[in-house]
Design a protein around this ligand. Structure first.
Ligand code: PLP
Length: 337
């Protein structure tokens, strides 16, 4: 058996999702004429109580557009050292926007008001302009750690009081909301922009949505075009995203339950030094040599991602069945070093 726990981006579109893609009414979205794309953008915006949305090919693009739309060169973005914008977007903040970043050392990627406050720079000629705060929820590199509503709100109040833009990289925001027992609308009014990936645990093949005010999204359309992200009959992709939002949100709790079971099993394995708390669908654990361990697990059909020299990541998702979980748990218990 092959159990692919490397990422929740590996999910395959289901037959019903593919049918929804085939049935979608289409138009040219560069002309703003694709009804399915418009439908998705309006649907996600309404869910979160935001004015408008824009459909993009990736979460990297929605984040990079957000940084660009909110900043000028010489501005600075405060984020955590574990965040995706800083680590995994090819340094795009510098490339596209000419900004610098200043990093907090948060609790598994979660920063506090105090940590942000300490990084705000005074207005001297030799400093960049502190302009934007970007958080991630859940935090991938934090092992799917979740900011509470109170933590998100406290940072929001603080950003408002300092005139800072507040962005949420919500690649796995639906996982966070599931863990918190909250609805998207509970975030209304908190952020200046939100990026959501529908190609992760929600199971669409492609697609992210950036939310913001009408003005921010209008300007984002031009930025998406210049980055090469203007798509034509992209309603086929948007249809998969609509299907995912209608059918695959509730079931995220199953992924979380599976991740907890994996974390529990790993914590009982002698070859595992430490397991980060599995709050959502990501399990990160520490071993002596992550590459060697991932190779050993791959030999028995369990695919994982080495995440640092000593950390290994497993991610549960909708293509991980109960049988696969049982096989993984049984097999992990037999591994000797
Ligand atoms: C996956 C991810 C993104 C965006 O990734 P793409 O592969 O470009 O869609 C952004 N932020 C986080 C936290 C992610 O996990």
């Amino acid at each position: 058996m092959i159990v692919d726990l490397r990422s929740d981006t590996l999910t395959q579109p289901s037959a019903a999702m593919k049918q929804a893609m085939l049935d979608a009414p289409l138009g040219d979205d560069v002309f703003a004429e694709d009804p399915t794309v418009k439908g998705l953008e309006e649907k996600v915006a309404a869910l979160f109580g935001m004015e408008a949305g824009i459909f993009c090919p990736s979460g990297t693009m929605t984040n990079q557009i957000a940084v660009k739309v909110h900043t000028q060169p010489l501005d600075e973005v405060i984020c955590d050292k574990l965040c995706h914008i800083y680590n995994y977007e090819t340094g795009g903040w510098a490339f596209h926007s000419g900004v610098s970043v200043r990093l907090t050392d948060g609790d598994r990627g979660r920063m506090t008001v105090q940590q942000v406050e300490e990084l705000i720079l005074p207005d001297y000629d030799w400093y960049p302009n502190t302009r934007m705060v970007a958080i991630e929820n859940t935090v991938n590199k934090g092992g799917g750690s979740v900011y509470s509503m109170e933590q998100m709100q406290a940072l929001s109040d603080f950003c408002r009081s300092k005139g800072l833009v507040y962005h949420l990289d919500g690649a796995r925001l639906f996982n966070a909301l599931e863990a918190l027992g909250k609805k998207p609308i509970d975030l209304a009014g908190m952020f200046d922009s939100i990026s959501i990936c529908i190609s992760k645990g929600l199971g669409a093949p492609v697609g992210s949505v950036l939310l913001g005010t009408k003005d921010v999204i209008k300007r984002s359309r031009k930025l998406r075009k210049v980055m090469g992200g203007g798509m034509r009959q992209s309603g086929m992709l948007a249809a998969a995203c609509i299907y995912a939002l209608d059918n695959n949100v509730e079931r995220l709790k199953d992924d979380h339950a599976k991740a907890q079971q994996l974390a529990q099993t790993l914590s009982e394995c002698a070859w595992v030094r430490r397991v980060l708390p599995a709050e959502t669908n990501i399990v990160i654990f520490e071993v002596t040599d992550s590459a060697a361990m991932a190779a050993k697990l791959a030999e028995v059909g369990i695919r994982t991602s080495p995440f640092s020299p000593t950390l290994v990541r497993m991610v549960t998702h909708l293509d991980i069945t109960d049988d696969m979980l049982d096989y993984t748990i049984r097999t992990l218990k037999t591994i000797q070093l």
